[in-house]
Design a protein. Structure first.
Length: 137
């Protein structure tokens, strides 16, 4: 699906603790710059320790310590496992913490509006396939 950005709605939700006085803006908390990079991401979310959900997502930008992830559906919970389509990363999952959430309206080439859910994630741990399976199953 080809998309172009129509307008940003500016709606966002902050995670607990982010609303305190003097909290740093997300851009101020980053230690490395993010670079525009789009690739497919497999997102795994463990639900109640008993089941899991797989979802296809995309990156909007990437840095050594985090990324901006786009999804067609909302993502619940504070932590996810991500598997990027990056040749040099190999078969690894990256455990990540969701730091910010927002929504954006986009239109496709047929002028159909779609809500994209955007998530700022911080990478916390790199896992092998075996370690990821231990966390999931």
């Amino acid at each position: 699906m080809a998309v172009t950005i129509e307008q940003s709605q500016g709606r966002s939700s902050e995670l607990p603790g982010d609303g305190r006085a003097g909290a740093a803006k997300p851009s101020d908390r980053r230690q490395e710059p993010r670079f525009p990079y789009q690739t497919v991401v497999t997102l795994v979310r463990v639900q109640n320790g008993e089941s899991f959900e797989l979802r296809k997502c995309w990156t909007r930008d990437l840095s050594p310590s985090g990324a901006r992830i786009m999804s067609l559906e909302p993502i619940e919970g504070p932590k996810v496992l991500l598997k990027f389509l990056l040749p040099k990363l190999g078969s690894k999952y990256i455990e990540s913490e969701i730091c910010s959430r927002s929504e954006e309206q986009q239109t496709d080439i047929r002028n159909r509006a779609t809500t994209m859910y955007l998530y700022g994630v911080k990478f916390t741990n790199v896992l092998s396939d075996a370690e990821a399976c231990d966390r999931i199953l």
